[in-house]
Design a protein around this ligand. Structure first.
Ligand code: SAM
Length: 222
């Protein structure tokens, strides 16, 4: 089944292959299941959560890399941050930025329950204000905020990423809207299409567009 036929918006319908993949993936930890439920209570856009399949992927990536420092742009209710923190080295830290204060208490409470209060540093501001004040290096960067700014986030965080580090950007298929003639349609779609093109032409990196969920651009800094 084509992803073009499903999930036209942040939504709940999943392609059959994703449902099958979830059946054969370790169950979602209770803490993350509860966080998903709480997010549905307080947010009008709960579909922004990474969800279990992608969350488990982020946990595995983090465990494989064993990063010392992670930077996330787009905390939302903290789901992906908790997954990314799973592989941090002892003494490591995760910095996460979101400009929406409405969900920051839910995220902070999830970090407390996950035993991550001392490991996660939250910034409640526009990411483009915060990033210039951060010191690198980071081993892993996760971009998952407003789509029209992806190229700016990429250009401002790449210098903070260590050589050999990884950057992952979510939603790079944008529900199929980047394909074909729709790519110039709205500002989010244009933002993602421009970002994908930008990465493709960047010889500072190697990259892989992984068609998991809504598409993950994985970038390795040479
Ligand atoms: C898709 S959600 C993040 C989901 C989260 N990473 C997860 O998987 O659970 C995108 C988030 O980016 C935040 N955001 C949007 N524009 C932003 C900006 N300019 N600076 C910081 N955060 C922003 C939104 O408030 C929203 O919480």
């Amino acid at each position: 089944m084509s992803i073009l036929n499903e999930k036209p918006q942040y939504g709940t319908t999943r392609p059959q292959y994703e449902r099958y993949a979830l059946e054969y993936t370790s169950p979602e930890p209770d803490l993350l299941r509860q966080l998903t439920r709480s997010t549905h209570f307080v947010s009008t856009t709960p579909g922004m959560l990474s969800g279990h399949l992608q969350g488990q992927f982020l946990r595995f990536v983090s465990r494989m890399l064993a990063p010392q420092r992670i930077l996330e742009i787009g905390t939302f209710s903290g789901y992906s941050a908790i997954c990314l923190a799973a592989g941090l080295k002892p003494g490591g830290e995760l910095l996460t930025i979101d400009n929406n204060a409405e969900l920051s208490e839910l995220a902070a409470s999830a970090f407390r329950k996950a035993g991550l209060s001392d490991i996660v540093r939250m910034y409640t501001d526009d990411a483009l204000n915060v990033i210039p004040g951060l010191n690198g290096p980071f081993d892993l960067v996760f971009i998952d905020a407003d789509k029209e700014n992806y190229t700016r986030y990429y250009e401002s965080t790449l210098p903070l990423l260590r050589q050999g580090g990884f950057l992952i950007a979510d939603n790079v298929l944008w529900y199929g809207k980047v394909l074909g003639k729709n790519a110039a349609g709205d500002k989010e779609t244009r933002g993602i299409a421009e970002f994908n093109e930008h990465v493709r032409n960047d010889d500072r990196v190697e990259h892989l567009l992984l068609p998991v969920r809504d598409g993950l651009m994985m970038v390795w800094k040479k």
